[in-house]
Write a protein that binds this ligand. Structure first.
Ligand SMILES: Cc1cc2nc3c(=O)[nH]c(=O)nc-3n(C[C@H](O)[C@H](O)[C@H](O)COP(=O)(O)O)c2cc1C
Length: 506
């Protein structure tokens, strides 16, 4: 990182160039624990869950290969990626239990805690522009992202370096309310990037701005705490600022600061912020890129961000998510599960728990635990789930004695309670995930967006009948199997068996 580079300012020591003056030093005390990226990484390191790669590693594939190997066991911290002195971290949210820990709850309470936060957001607290940690160093001219930041190229056929863990923050041009999402961003020029906007809120903002011939101001915050990362994935109605959900998850207002070149507010303790504008009526090629279904998205013309500033902490840390690995899957999966559970329970209070399976890339296959009271209800639940999110492609409904977090239990329920001619629901020609490669079969290579992602939906009612002859559907159990005290009963000593044999021969 070239702090002395021309046109680069140390915000704390060189004063302001905007209406709000920079102060001598930011007065905001750094929160600890999971409330900042640094606090969380220190916690992981103390508990043996952070691997430090203290040697030069290539940004092209090598870094992602190491992070992928460690995914789900340890976060990877690279001190010298691509010869730059900006470290890269990856995989610090790659286990469900770690995410629960960051939220301060047991795993079974994860969805409820997330939902409570989404239902009761806390307004952010504004820090004066320039006082925020993320604005200690400011670059506004002659920006060269490749020289400033260690941006990895992840998968074999990716079309170059990608930012994969940036929170993209923008304001609704109609209402001014902010939105946060993570979007893949290909850095294809010194200060130019192409972004994938699937049809949700950021896409709607961009369309609204473009209709007036305007650019859409954006900020990309890289290196934020686990709870803010998670909040970015909340599925909310439009005009709900996910940074306020981050505040609710943290239990206190999130400190935010206004960008130096636009009016967007960003998390004050972000490591790095890229400021820019999505240009109207400009599209440039993006992709191929290895995506969460573990296949490549094709090269297509995408919206373009022109960079106006890069701000960062004095010794910033860059975060990259290895696509399709657990950090990516869980980040999208857990907030979706919380939203899907709430959606289903609104119409079907008997729904007890849900799980987006890892095999279904935490997006496509939904398992639902349901306390069925009347025959036929499981099929209503299936239909409700299909309507909850277009990504849902397969639904399995099971009874309350089946653990929806255990794939073997789900398979057992299908094997023993489901009959395809009676319990299968198939919906043809619905909208699915445009990133599911099976939706492309029979389509021309250049199918326009409105024809992409057409998918069948499959629902399996794997619940047992409410009334059945004695023991036909009674699950085999042995009285005492859950409660016997093995510690007392089983000899701790490996020689006990030999001692037994010796006694026999006496
Ligand atoms: C690692 C990661 C990468 C993602 N990449 C994209 C992307 O490239 N484009 C996109 O539209 N959504 C992407 N998403 C999903 C959105 O961030 C997510 O659906 C978000 O909730 C959308 O926000 P919104 O509904 O407020 O617009 C990604 C999610 C994750 C976790």
């Amino acid at each position: 990182m070239m702090e002395t580079q021309m046109n680069t300012r140390d915000a704390a020591t060189q004063g302001a160039f905007s209406a709000t003056p920079f102060s001598q030093a930011h007065t905001w005390a750094e929160p600890s624990g999971a409330l900042t990226l640094r606090g969380w990484l220190a916690h992981l390191a103390r508990t043996g869950r952070l691997a430090t790669i203290d040697r030069s590693v290539s940004l092209e594939h090598e870094l992602a290969a190491v992070a992928k190997r460690l995914d789900g066991t340890q976060a990877a911290f690279f001190t010298q990626p691509g010869g730059l002195d900006v470290p890269v971290v990856s995989g610090f949210m790659s286990k469900r239990s770690w995410i629960a820990e960051a939220m301060g709850v047991e795993e079974h309470a994860l969805l409820g805690r997330f939902r409570d936060a989404a239902d009761a957001p806390i307004a952010s607290q504004r820090v004066a522009r320039g006082e925020a940690a993320c604005q200690q160093i400011v670059h506004t001219d002659a920006i060269d992202l490749h020289a400033l930041l260690p941006i990895p190229t992840h998968s074999e056929h990716d079309n170059g370096p990608y930012i994969t863990a940036g929170l993209v923050i923008a304001r609704n041009p109609r209402t001014g309310v902010q939105n946060v999402s993570i979007n893949r961003i290909q850095v294809h020029g010194r200060d130019r990037m192409a972004i994938l906007l699937l049809p949700r809120h950021l896409y709607a903002f961009q369309k609204a701005a473009e209709a007036n011939g305007d650019a859409l101001d954006v900020a990309i915050a890289i290196g934020v705490d686990p709870l803010t990362m998670l909040a970015s994935q909340a599925i909310t109605p439009i005009d709900h600022d996910e940074l306020e959900i981050a505040g609710a998850l943290q239990g206190a207002p999130l400190p935010v600061a206004q960008c130096v070149t636009n009016s967007v507010y960003v998390p004050a303790f972000a490591e790095i912020v890229i400021e820019g504008r999505i240009l109207p009526n400009v599209r440039e090629p993006e992709g191929p890129f290895g995506e969460f279904p573990k296949y490549y998205s094709a090269k297509e013309a995408r919206e373009v961000i022109e960079v106006t500033a890069v701000t960062h902490r004095r010794d910033p840390i860059f975060h990259t998510i290895v696509p399709a690995e657990m950090e990516h899957l869980l980040l999208g999966g857990i907030p979706r599960e919380a939203t899907l559970l709430a959606h289903l329970q609104r119409s079907h209070p008997g729904v007890k728990d849900v799980h987006l399976s890892v095999g279904g890339v935490c997006r496509y296959h939904l398992w639902i635990q349901f306390d069925k009271k009347r025959e036929g209800e499981a099929k209503n639940v299936i239909l409700c789930a299909f309507g909850a999110h277009y990504d849902i492609k397969q639904v399995v409904v099971v009874d309350t004695d089946v653990d929806v977090h255990d794939p073997a239990e789900i398979e057992w329920a299908i094997a023993t309670r489901f009959q395809a001619d009676r319990d299968l629901v198939v919906i043809e020609g619905a909208q699915g995930s445009p990133l599911d490669p099976s939706t492309t079969v029979g389509q021309p290579d250049d199918a326009p967006p409105h024809l992409q992602g057409v998918s069948a939906k499959m629902g399996l009612d794997a619940t047992r009948p409410i009334v059945y002859p004695a023991h036909v559907f009674t699950r085999v159990r042995i009285p005492g199997e859950d409660t016997v005290d093995l510690e007392t009963l089983v000899a701790a000593d490996n020689t006990a068996f030999d001692a037994y044999l010796a006694r026999r021969h006496d």
